[in-house]
Design a protein around this ligand. Structure first.
Ligand code: C6P
Length: 404
C-alpha cells in the first residue's frame, strides 16, 4: 500500500496531526493538480459559448457529473445536481420538495442525531405548513433502536430525514431499513451522506434513497462543491429552488419555462473547478478502493478507541462496536472544558474539533454542552493516534490539580 500521507502537501509541509477531517479533509496533490490544469487549459463559462474552449469546459463539467453518478451508482447522470455543499442540497429539498408536498397535519420524522443542516430546514417546513416534526431517539449506546424506527415512522409521515453516519457519535445508522420503513408508510427518505459517502461504499439504488446529499470538501475535493442525488421522477416534478441563467428553457416577459434536470436546479455560472476537483478526488478514492478506505479507517478507529479507553480521565461517547461506527470519536477529558482541551492539543500541533458540532439537540438529549471530537481519514496513521494520546495526557497533567 502506498504512503497516502505523502500525497498531501499540507501534511508534509507542516508537523500537524490533523484529526478534523469530519469538518473538512485535506487535499491530495492529484486534486490540486487537476484544478490547476483546468484553469491552465480548459477554463471558460460552460453551457454558454459556442466556441471550442467553452464546449471543453462544458464537457469537463458534465464528465464530472458522470463520475459522481457512477461513484454512488445513480441510474443516470441527470440524477446528480451540483450544489455548494450538503447544507444547500438539503435546503433545496426542503424548499422545493418539502414546501410543495407537505400539508397541514402531516409528519416529518428525523433522528435526534441530525446535523443542524438536516434539522433546521425541516423545522422551517413544518412551521410553514403546520406539520409536525418528530424525532427518533437514541439508546445509551448512541444507536436508534429498531422499535423506535417502527414507532416513529408510521402512516401520516411524509418525509423521513436520516444521517447515514452521525458527525458527533460516528454511529452508522441502518439507512436501508429506515428507507424501507419510510416507503412502507408512503413517505420519501432523505439520506444525509455527508459523513458516510467519503468513508464507505454508498449505493443509492441499493439503499433506495429518494434523495442523498453530500459535500465534496469532506472527501478530498475542494470547498464549494456539493451533491444532491435525487430520483429522476421526483426531481422532474419539483419546482426550481434558485432562478437565473442557464436553468431556463424560454423566458417571456411574464412567464418562464424551465430547463430539464439537472440544469433546472443549477442557476448561474457553475463551479466547474469544484466539479473537476471532485472528479479527481473520486478517482483518487477509487484507486484505493472504497472497501480499503473503510478498512484503513476501521483500523485507526479501533486503535484510537482502545487507546482512549485506557485513559481513566476520558469519557468516550457513541457506539464502541467497530461495525457500528465510522469516521469520528467524541470524548471529553473529565472536568475540563472541550475548548481548553482543544487549545492544549493545538499547542501540541494536534487539530481536533471541540463544541456542539452543529448538533445541539443531540448534545442536549445526552445532557452535554459540548465534546471534543477526533475525526479520521485515509491519511491518518496509528502514530497520529499516539500523538493525540500523548497530548491528552499532557492536558490532564496541566488540569488535574483543578479537577475534583
Ligand atoms: N459537518 C462537522 O464538523 P456542509 O457544511 O454543508 O458541507 O455540511 C453540513 C453537514 C451536514 N450533515 C452532516 C452529517 C455533517 O457532518 C455536516 C458538516 C461538519 O461535523 C461541519 S459543521
Amino acid at each position: 500500500m502506498k504512503d497516502i500521507k505523502n500525497d498531501f502537501p499540507i501534511l508534509n509541509k507542516s508537523n500537524i496531526t490533523y484529526l478534523d477531517s469530519g469538518a473538512t479533509t485535506q487535499k491530495p496533490q492529484q486534486v490540486i493538480d487537476a484544478m490547476n490544469k483546468y484553469y491552465e487549459e480548459d477554463n471558460a463559462n460552460p453551457h454558454r459559448g459556442a466556441y471550442k474552449l467553452s464546449l471543453r469546459a462544458t464537457e469537463v463539467y458534465e464528465h464530472a457529473r458522470e463520475v459522481v453518478s457512477k461513484f454512488i451508482n445513480a441510474s443516470m447522470p441527470e440524477e446528480i445536481v451540483f450544489t455548494r455543499n450538503t447544507s444547500e442540497s438539503l435546503n433545496l429539498i426542503a424548499y422545493s420538495y418539502g414546501l410543495n408536498n407537505i400539508q397541514e397535519g402531516d409528519k416529518i420524522v428525523i433522528s435526534i442525531m441530525e446535523h443542524h443542516s438536516n434539522l433546521v430546514p425541516w423545522q422551517y417546513v413544518s412551521k410553514k405548513k403546520n406539520a409536525e416534526l418528530e424525532y427518533m431517539y437514541i439508546d445509551e449506546n448512541g444507536t436508534i433502536p429498531l422499535e423506535e424506527i417502527k414507532k416513529k415512522i408510521v402512516p401520516g409521515v411524509k418525509i423521513v430525514g436520516i444521517g447515514q453516519v452521525s458527525n458527533v457519535l460516528g454511529t452508522i445508522n441502518p439507512v436501508k431499513e429506515i428507507v424501507k420503513r419510510a416507503h412502507e408508510v408512503g413517505a420519501i427518505a432523505v439520506v444525509d451522506g455527508a459523513q458516510s459517502v467519503p468513508h464507505m461504499k454508498v449505493d443509492v439504488q441499493d439503499i433506495d434513497a429518494d434523495f442523498l446529499v453530500f459535500s465534496g470538501h469532506k472527501m478530498l475535493a475542494p470547498l464549494g462543491i456539493g451533491v444532491l442525488y435525487g430520483k429522476k421522477e421526483l426531481l422532474d416534478k419539483m419546482p426550481p429552488f434558485l432562478f437565473g441563467g442557464d436553468m431556463i428553457e424560454y423566458v417571456y416577459e411574464q412567464e418562464t419555462t424551465f430547463a430539464p434536470v439537472p440544469a433546472k436546479f443549477e442557476a448561474g455560472t457553475q463551479n466547474v473547478e469544484g466539479a473537476v476537483g471532485l472528479e479527481a478526488a473520486i478517482n483518487y478514492l477509487n484507486e484505493i478502493g472504497m472497501e480499503n478506505v473503510q478498512k484503513i479507517e476501521e483500523n485507526i478507529i479501533k486503535y484510537a478507541l482502545e487507546e482512549l479507553t485506557k485513559l481513566d480521565f476520558i469519557t468516550v461517547y457513541g457506539p464502541r462496536e467497530i461495525e457500528k461506527k465510522a469516521g469520528v470519536i467524541s470524548f471529553n477529558v473529565n472536568g475540563v472544558h472541550p475548548h481548553d482541551v482543544a487549545s492544549v492539543l493545538d499547542n501540541n500541533n494536534v487539530c481536533i474539533r471541540s463544541g456542539n458540532h452543529c448538533a445541539q439537540p443531540l448534545l442536549k438529549y445526552m445532557n452535554l454542552e459540548s465534546t471534543c471530537r477526533a475525526s479520521f481519514y485515509i491519511y491518518n496513521t496509528k502514530e497520529d493516534v499516539d500523538k493525540l494520546i500523548d497530548a491528552l495526557k499532557k492536558t490532564h497533567e496541566i488540569f488535574k490539580r483543578w479537577i475534583q
